[in-house]
Ligand binder design. Structure first.
Ligand code: KIV
Ligand code: ZN
Length: 540
């Protein structure tokens, strides 16, 4: 497709809020190690801004944002942004968390719709204007880069929005973001609103206008593109479109629309599109939120051609049914990547191509896993290598690790699993259980050792590559039984043995739950630890 010359005025800044609005999705809780890994991957992807979290939410959230600011917010890296309600405490916390980044940004927000003013804030319109003035000025005194969002702008009176946004600019805001918080508007309405605000807000030519849409009516991507067509030059998006309720605008959809239709949109981004598939997989694996197969750009079927007529067309010329190639989004066509005769050097080079950087010890560890896999599987693909790396190095801190697993199953029979886990005490523990199937038996055996009451709410298996020797990938989500919150914990495991992959996924979710509940030293004195290792079954 033809590329127009890139006019700097038409470069859209990609503001990724996967770690903030995305993490607010039901069930998407990430450990701080996972947040850092995602932030690093977002930097590799080339996003301009990472909204790393909401520091006032908890000391853990503040710490998570601070680590991202310190480790990913380098001079040549992205802007690191922290969200704050329009009050001094939130703004102070956000600043504390992001100030070590080379390019910090405070993002403060205050609702402007009458519904929010009356029922949530219990403030008058005048009070909201006054608070905007005070808090944007306060944030600006701390940080040169300040973004202001009138929450629920989509249902706010446009005339009143102009008044509030004018005050935000006068008080030092450098980016004005217009959220359709509840995904209510149609693309025509959202585009017209954006056009009106840009035209009527005095000083509007001195700031960056930003779009932030939710997908309640399935219009987030269309609304975002309409806002950009109306003059906005920042898009707030999440990987895989995860977020509150129906989610946020999906990063990959907006980026690929702009990339695939340059002569229509006349826009460009700084995104390395070949990192899209990888980033999508990482976010899905870490959050436990599975991407639907027909999801645009990153769904498993997005580049599959099943119908005979389509296959025939594709064989004649790929452009008959393909508007973008799988390679553009980082899906490798070549199956043969490495095999059992490949050496350490070839493995290292392949990892580098995939954007994975490992220290010498980690490389050795990964190479051993690769050799094991190559013994079982003839062809080891990029997807296999990524799954292996994710399995080995990403994921929660290991409280319990899998030391052994044996199952007996069949028909008729009593599916039985024997499991050995190494616990936080460094000891191995054994348990055996009978279940409805081998996975159920393995999970029951794990439950006997880790006495943390949790319910399995989702279990999915996926073959990473085709073929009988494919690496199986299992994603699970669990919920703590004695907890009223909707928070669930995702886990992920990969192995050529699907029962082993299932046990690893369940353990990784349990490890996350244990890390979240503060399994060790954070327990007040005298209170029983959340982790009760069933000491009656030591391995030796
Ligand atoms: O949807 C929304 O209104 C938000 C704001 C905090 C920007 O996420
Ligand atoms: Zn939002």
């Amino acid at each position: 497709m033809d590329e127009p010359g890139v006019d700097p005025k038409n470069v859209v800044r990609i503001f990724d809020t996967t770690l903030r609005d995305g993490e607010q999705s039901p069930g998407a809780s990430l450990t701080s190690a996972e947040k850092i890994d995602i932030a690093r991957q977002l930097a590799r992807l080339g996003v301009d801004v990472i909204e790393a979290g909401f520091p006032a939410a908890s000391p853990d959230d503040l710490e998570g944002v601070r680590r991202i600011a310190q480790e990913v917010g380098t001079a040549d890296g992205p802007i690191i942004c922290g969200l704050a309600r329009a009050n001094k405490n939130d703004i102070d916390k956000a600043w504390e968390a992001i100030k070590d980044a080379a390019k910090p940004r405070i993002h403060t927000f205050l609702a402007t719709s009458d519904i929010h003013l009356e029922h949530k804030l219990r403030m008058t319109r005048e009070q909201v204007v006054q608070r905007t003035r005070e808090m944007v000025s306060y944030a600006r005194a701390l940080c040169e880069d300040v973004e202001f969002s009138p929450e629920d702008a989509g249902r706010s009176d446009p005339g009143y929005l102009v008044e509030v946004l004018t005050v935000a600019i006068e008080s030092g805001a450098t980016t004005l973001n217009i959220p359709d918080t509840v995904g209510y508007l149609s693309p025509d309405e959202y585009g017209a609103l954006m056009e009106q605000l840009i035209a009527e807000t005095p000083g509007g030519d001195r700031v960056i206008w930003s779009v932030h849409c939710h997908d309640d009516l399935g219009m987030a991507t269309a609304n975002t593109l309409a806002g950009l067509a109306a003059g906005a030059r920042q898009a707030e998006v999440t990987i895989n479109g995860i977020g509150e309720r129906a989610g946020n605008t999906s990063l990959e959809e907006v980026v690929m629309a702009i990339h695939t239709r340059p002569t229509f949109y006349h826009l460009s981004t700084n995104i390395d599109t070949t990192q899209l598939a990888r980033t999508s997989r990482m976010v899905s694996n870490f959050t436990g939120i599975v991407v639907q197969p027909n999801k645009a750009i990153v769904g498993a079927n997005a580049f599959s051609h099943e119908a005979g007529i389509h296959q025939d067309g594709m064989l004649k010329h790929h452009m008959t049914y393909e508007i973008m190639t799988p390679e553009t989004v980082g899906l490798s066509q070549s199956n043969l990547v490495l095999g059992k005769h490949s050496g350490r050097h070839a493995f290292r080079v392949r990892l580098k191509d995939l954007g994975v950087e490992l220290g010498e010890d980690e490389l050795n560890q990964a190479f051993d896993r690769f050799k094991e896999l190559a013994d079982k599987k003839k062809l080891v693909t990029d997807a296999d290598i990524e799954a292996l790396i994710a399995d080995e190095f990403y994921g929660p801190e290991e409280v319990f690790s899998l030391a052994g697993l044996q199952v007996a199953c069949g028909q008729p029979g009593m599916p039985t699993a024997t499991i050995k886990l190494t616990g936080p005490d460094g000891q191995d523990h054994l348990a055996a259980a009978i279940g409805t199937g081998p996975v159920d038996a393995a999970y029951q055996a794990i439950d006997q050792i880790i006495a943390t009451p949790a319910t399995l709410v989702e279990y999915r298996v996926n073959a990473i590559t085709e073929g009988i020797d494919a690496l199986g990938e299992v994603t699970v989500r669990i919920r703590r039984n004695d907890d009223d919150s909707p928070r669930t914990f995702g886990g992920h495991g990969a192995d050529t043995d699907i029962i082993v992959a299932s046990a690893k996924a369940y353990l990784s979710a349990l490890n996350k739950l244990l890390a979240y509940t503060g399994y060790q030293d954070r327990k007040p004195e005298g209170e029983a630890s959340t982790v009760r290792v069933n000491a009656a079954v030591p391995a030796n």
